[in-house]
Design a binder for this molecule. Sequence first.
Ligand code: ADP
Length: 469
Amino acid sequence: MSRARATRRERLVVVSNRVARGGNAARAGGLAVALLDVLKRSGGLWAGWSGNVQDGALGKPRMSAQGDLSFATLDLSQAEYEEYYNGFANRTLWPLFHYRIDLTNFDRDHYQGYLRVNQRFAHAVAPLLGDDDLVWVHDYHLIAFGEELRRMGVHHTLGFFLHIPFPAPEVITTLPVHEVLVRALFAYDLIGFQTESDLRSFTDYVTSEAGGRVLEDGRLEAYGRVVRAGVYPIGVDAENIRRFARSRDAHTHGARMERVLAGRLAIIGVDRLDYSKGLPERFRAFDALLRRYPENRGRISFLQIAPPSRTDVPEYKDIRQELEGLSGSINGEHSEFDWTPLRYITRGFSRQALAGLYRIARIGLVTPLRDGMNLVAKEYVAAQSGHNPGVLVLSRFAGAAHRADGALIVNPYDIQGVADAMQKALVMPLDERRERWRALRDEVMTNDVNAWRDAFLAVLREVDARRPR
Ligand code: ADP
């Protein structure tokens, strides 16, 4: 064994758009929550945007540390924030990859800004890399990051994980720069997707659009490069969520909610306010439930928590307005002086408080029109009590539905179908609820966030072991 190998000490370097330290992870969304869970255990370096926008000199990354975990954070300029973050990432790639061609806005300046930020991040991270670092890049904001590192002569093994769906070739090819982006993905050594259908779409693109092929060992070849691509469904820190659900904060929130419910059954939805989450359709399905099954009037209560996100992007203002209108008209139509059917709240909650609310809800309503995975579905399952578990009503278009045998799987476009599934959940006997929940729990506990990290990193290490040193 060479001396270099003998003294080798691997460090995990995670690069993602948003770096979230401690308490602000939940606000930064599912990805930040998951990465913080991963890094808290393994230690390493987390590099990316600080969340700050400023107009002065941008300079070098700001370094800080919490225990074994170091952070390298960069600010964005106002122009970068507009072009890279609000522009190409959130008005082009996000809607397109969620199959919303109608909301996709392509602007060449935004695209150039996106490339510049990827370049700047690569130049900031490259000098921080040690010889034995494993580099794991996350999500659609940083597709071009790996290629920039390669241009700079970085030979490290590079992994990439796409947290959102990879769309079918017919959809992604509507993007004028689709080829440049997919080619950039080939700078990585390993590409991870959430579901088999994402991997299939990517493979279809490679073979039908890029003139590439699938090699005998399953790797993909195109643009003169070979990559491994695989399915690594992300999980939640299920053990921790179970603990959260039994915490004092959880009890307080659960008890407060139960007082308000006064014996009624609760339905809960928790989402970032985003058009991909199917919220208007969900509200309409709740309305349909009250109309189709009037015996529920006065006996159920729907709590939808949806904190606004990406508020500088116009499409997010539109969805907010639409929901305010819908919740007002549903409550106006159905409320009694002593019963408010729908509570729509736009503030954030601690993870403990959320777990307490999940635990008392008879239905976890997770009905995105398209979602890479959806962590809320898994959090809801992890937070239930085995004595009296609730029922997960889950969209077939969430990545989570690929391994969710115990859920009631729905098509969120079928408003009456979703209402029927809710009714089925409301009257479901305890034995069936328990049986379904146990199946879901086994999946969520086994394939948790640590299993996800270990599965991806095991393959990345295998690739790394073959790297010439
Ligand atoms: P996305 O990544 O699209 O936001 P996910 O469902 O995968 O969707 O992840 C959302 C994450 O954000 C979950 O961990 C969820 O608990 C958290 N979250 C969503 N809404 C709130 C809220 N109001 N307060 C606290 N955390 C929230």
